[in-house]
Design a protein around this ligand. Structure first.
Ligand code: SF4
Length: 342
């Protein structure tokens, strides 16, 4: 092995490390770096330094509460909450008492946001009611994670107390889901236009996704000004139709997290990864999602009793890696990042 870094990679890292962003071609070169190479550690060091500097050592925990379980008729291939998966035969809506307990516990344990997730056909009115209830009870910022919305519904989210919305164009959108990519992008424009923070992740990554497809979604996040946009891998729940593809490792995810950090440049206020793990905290990530309630990755109705990690466990991993979860969040103290797409 050479002791010197490839000069081409070094030039990309110098440029990316200056927060000026990199090109699609450069991102694809980085995405295919050998995981045992010196270049991969130089890439991760660059991404890590950028996040330490920009986020001032703050690590974040945005607490996911999946407020309902359903045999969802949309049947996205990667999701355990589908009619087709046959895991959940009946709809369950968690009680207001459960939701309030989760939210107040998260608030007292230092959550930086509450991400309120619904399945694809859940009542929008009920989501608004949960928002109003939580707004009265906790001071933690509220982020909605629901179906495509129109402008008026974006304003209704704000009136109900939400300050952000998580919405991703998924890998394989239109192929592994029944949804139209352009419609999902229109929802992102709605989120931005009404003044909500747009939260995103390149997801759910599996070994079958090509660098072109992954790169495309990283650039969508930068161009539309995501508040954060890291990388989440696909988890194959028991019986998943995607099981034949396998899953990527945390190490492979850390490489993507680092590339995505260079792509995002000076746009984001944090950089996420899921599920929580240490490797990506050395590669530019500083944001985890502790979880309770429904999860598209779990066969348990309440992922808090399954795969979901508690806030304290997430904080522990972050502190072991030298991040400070006790500082104030960087995500909500300014207006949503400027959109570059117009
Ligand atoms: S990802 Fe959402 S819309 Fe798709 S099947 Fe799961 S719950 Fe339904």
């Amino acid at each position: 092995m050479s002791w010197r870094l490839s000069s081409a990679v070094e030039a990309i890292l110098d440029k990316g490390g200056d927060f000026t962003g990199i090109t699609r071609e450069e991102a694809m070169i980085l995405l295919t770096l050998d995981l045992d190479s010196r270049e991969i550690y130089a890439l991760m060091e660059t991404a890590h330094r950028m996040s330490r500097q920009k986020f001032e050592n703050k690590s974040e925990n945005h607490f996911h509460i999946g407020i309902n379980v359903a045999p969802c008729p949309y049947n996205c291939s990667f999701c355990s909450l589908t009619a087709k998966a046959g895991i959940f035969m009946h709809a369950i809506e968690f009680s207001e008492a459960d939701i309030l307990k989760w939210a107040t516990d998260a608030d007292s344990q230092g959550a930086d946001a509450l991400n309120i997730m619904t399945t694809g056909t859940f009542s929008f009115e009920r989501l608004l009611a949960v928002g109003r209830l939580l707004k009265k009870t906790v001071s933690t910022p509220l982020v909605a994670n629901t179906r495509d919305i129109i402008h008026k519904e974006g304003e209704m989210l704000i009136d109900a107390g939400f300050v952000g919305a998580y919405h991703a164009v998924r890998l394989g959108e239109g192929r592994d889901t029944p949804f139209d990519r352009e419609k999902r992008i229109r929802t992102i424009s709605v989120i931005k236009d009404v003044g909500l923070h747009w939260m995103n992740c390149v997801e759910p990554v599996g070994p079958e996704h090509r660098p072109e497809e992954i790169t495309d979604l990283m650039f969508l996040a930068r161009d539309y000004g995501a508040t954060y946009s890291g990388v989440m891998r696909r988890i194959n729940f028991p019986g998943s139709p995607m099981a034949g593809h396998g899953m990527i490792t945390e190490r492979e995810m850390a490489r993507m997290v680092a590339v995505s950090r260079l792509v995002m440049g000076d746009v984001p206020r944090a950089h996420c990864t899921h599920e929580p793990h240490a490797a990506s905290l050395l590669a530019g990530a500083n944001l985890f999602f502790p979880e309770v309630g429904a999860s598209p990755r779990d066969g348990e109705a309440d992922t808090g009793k399954g795969r979901g990690k508690e806030i304290n466990a997430c904080r522990g991993i972050q502190m072991e890696m030298g991040w400070n979860p006790d500082l104030p969040s960087n995500c909500f103290d300014v207006k949503p990042p400027v959109t570059h797409y117009q």
